[in-house]
Design a protein around this ligand. Structure first.
Ligand code: NAP
Length: 242
């Protein structure tokens, strides 16, 4: 049985990906900042459906905590780098602390987890690495300068690694969501004026659900995905091209 490690899988998009990959037959390593009721409930759901799941925790803004976590990724066949933090701050007021916190979680931790998981993938001659990016790589929000830059940096790393690992049976891709209705944006979208502005910016005319991001991840993790590498795939209802 192959193992899939999904960061930030206690909730939202990561949760939907974990459930989908469990259904596809992967053993799942769930991850959150702490062992919350939500992550324990998700582990039981996977197990009730006949799957296998473990829980690993770490705050990925903290590089020492990330160093301790990486061991859990050492035998992963699939790595989905989904956890991120984002701050809304006008660019003139961004502090170095906010900057490093976002860079650590959204870029540095991804690199550290990849460094740990690749030796096993190379030995197996098979691996899948998927970074979760954002529509903000194409359309940066003015008040999320570091967040959008960190996602673009992660995608640039993905492209470099896809070339360097292409002969080892390892594919490396980025899935970039648009507006997906999760805990992260529930509050902002509860303002009807803001919600209308956002909906008007999405060609299909509605927000996505976490499950909308899971199908493409499932495809990329399957053998049918073996010829797709180095790509950034938007799951955004067309927002990135508007
Ligand atoms: P979410 O609902 O806010 O869930 C966040 C997940 O990340 C949770 O599992 C949380 O764990 C974990 N997490 C938060 N802070 C962390 C930290 N410091 N260290 C480690 N893990 C941390 O997120 P989401 O909306 O599903 O987003 C998932 C991914 O999609 C992110 O990379 C995000 O940038 C990207 N994305 C989302 C949207 C969107 O509209 N939702 C749009 C574009 C891109 P706990 O439960 O333990 O806190």
């Amino acid at each position: 049985m192959k193992t899939a490690f999904i960061t930030g899988s206690s909730r939202g998009i990561g949760r939907a990906i974990a459930l989908r990959l469990a259904r596809d037959g992967f053993k799942i390593i769930l991850h959150g900042v702490s062992e919350s009721a939500k992550i324990r409930e998700l582990k039981s759901t996977v197990e009730k459906n006949g799957g296998t799941a473990e829980i690993a925790t770490a705050d990925l803004c903290d590089l020492e905590a990330t160093s301790r976590l990486v061991k859990a990724a050492a035998n992963a066949d699939v790595l989905v780098l989904n956890a991120s933090v984002q701050y809304r701050t006008p660019w003139q007021n961004i502090t170095p602390e906010e900057c490093y916190s976002q860079l650590n979680c959204n870029f540095v931790s991804s690199m550290m987890l990849i460094q740990t998981a690749v030796p096993h993938m190379k030995e197996a001659g098979w691996g899948r690495i998927i970074t979760i990016g954002s529509v903000q790589e194409a359309k940066p929000h003015p008040d999320m300068l570091v967040y959008s830059a960190s996602k673009a940096a992660q995608t640039n790393m993905m492209k470099s690694l896809s070339l360097q690992l292409s002969k080892d049976g390892i594919t490396v891709n980025n899935v970039a969501p648009g507006v997906i209705y999760t805990d992260r944006n529930i509050e902002a979208l509860s303002d009807p004026d803001y919600a209308k502005k956002v909906t008007d910016s999405i060609p299909v005319g509605f927000y996505g659900k976490p499950e909308d991001c899971a199908g493409i991840v499932s495809l990329l993790c399957s053998d049918e995905g073996r010829y797709i590498t180095g790509q950034s795939i938007y799951v955004d209802g067309g927002k990135s091209i508007l």
